[in-house]
Ligand binder design. Structure first.
Ligand SMILES: NC(=O)c1ccc[n+]([C@@H]2O[C@H](COP(=O)([O-])OP(=O)(O)OC[C@H]3O[C@@H](n4cnc5c(N)ncnc54)[C@H](OP(=O)(O)O)[C@@H]3O)[C@@H](O)[C@H]2O)c1
Length: 281
């Protein structure tokens, strides 16, 4: 396997590339805490920040990026359009607001945050237009299942998203959506990659961690990386952000990877769905 490092990027289907390890900033609403977390991530070499309009911290992210003095071309910033802003003009206004808050001319990756069949294709048309205009480099989706792609999305568009950001962790390894996206050339980004720490004390993870001289969080992040997934763990603590980035000085064996795969129980830690569970497929 190719040697991974904090700058390793994954090629996207549109010619751009995304750093495989990023910092997620969901629930970092306190601007000072968010700025400190982004600064800590940049300090350890992370160049990819995953935010969203819905996280209400784009301004804080933008300030931390600007304060770092890091060349814009070395940074990769993702933000997302919230479901209430789906619509041809509405999505464009939401994009402009996000870009302004982030203080950036161009967004690296803009995602539809959740699928909503009634409104998202108009939003998707706007994302396609924004990309054609050079305002965003890559466009993608989030929380798409295989059925959503097959039964709805791809019967309405020929434009293949660059990424699909979905919940993936050792307790929900999502083999179907990962295989489908790989076949279509869609990069998969793992969100809630540590299962929000729910189950990180599992004895099997503890055993692998001990064998590697690492923490369960570190072996889990390494498991995502070795599976070729983009991974965006969140922490508000600089010490944990450093811990989560210290995953490039060891390697999991195939057998250790299989032991972690075997923890799958199809368990979601994010239960919220737009319109409620009954509309979900
Ligand atoms: N597209 C979507 O719909 C969607 C949904 C959910 C998440 N996301 C993205 O994915 C990112 C990550 O997901 P997430 O925040 O849900 O969950 P996560 O990264 O799996 O877990 C975050 C939790 O783990 C703790 N933690 C992190 N590193 C740790 C460590 N080394 N040791 C002990 N505890 C640690 C954090 O606590 P502290 O902060 O207190 O350290 C926090 O409570 C989000 O920030 C967001 O960018 C996207």
């Amino acid at each position: 396997m190719e040697r991974l490092n904090v700058n390793t990027r994954i090629e996207l289907n549109d010619g751009h590339a995304i750093p495989q390890l990023g910092l997620g900033v969901f629930q970092l609403e306190d601007p000072a805490v968010c700025e400190r977390a982004v600064a800590a991530a940049l300090e350890v070499g992370i160049r990819h920040i995953d935010t969203a309009a819905g996280y209400e911290n784009e301004e804080a992210v933008g300030r931390a990026l600007a304060a770092s003095g890091i060349d814009r071309h070395d940074l990769f910033v993702t933000t997302k359009c919230w479901v209430d802003d789906y619509g041809r003009e509405q999505t464009r206004r939401a994009f402009d607001a996000s870009r302004k808050k982030l203080g950036l001319d161009v967004i690296d990756l803009y995602l539809l945050h959740w699928p909503v069949d009634e409104t998202m294709m108009a939003a998707w048309d706007t994302l396609i237009a924004l990309r054609a205009e050079g305002q965003v480099r890559s466009i993608g989706v989030s929380n798409f299942t295989v059925r959503r792609f097959e039964d709805f999305f791809f019967s309405r568009t020929d434009v293949v998203p660059a990424v699909n950001q979905v919940e993936v962790h050792p307790f929900n390894i999502r083999p179907d959506v990962r295989a489908y996206c790989q076949a279509k050339g869609i990069a998969v980004e793992s969100y809630s990659p540590l299962a929000r720490m729910k189950g990180m004390d599992h004895p099997a993870l503890a055993a692998v961690a001990e064998e590697c001289g690492k923490t369960p969080a570190q072996v889990t992040i390494r498991w995502h990386l070795q599976h070729g997934l983009v991974v965006i763990p969140k922490s508000q603590h600089p010490a944990r952000i450093r811990e989560n980035a210290a995953v490039f000085d060891f390697m999991l064996t195939d057998e250790q990877m299989r032991r972690i795969d075997a923890l799958n129980e199809d368990r979601f830690v994010i239960g919220w769905r737009p319109g409620g569970e009954e509309n979900w497929y």
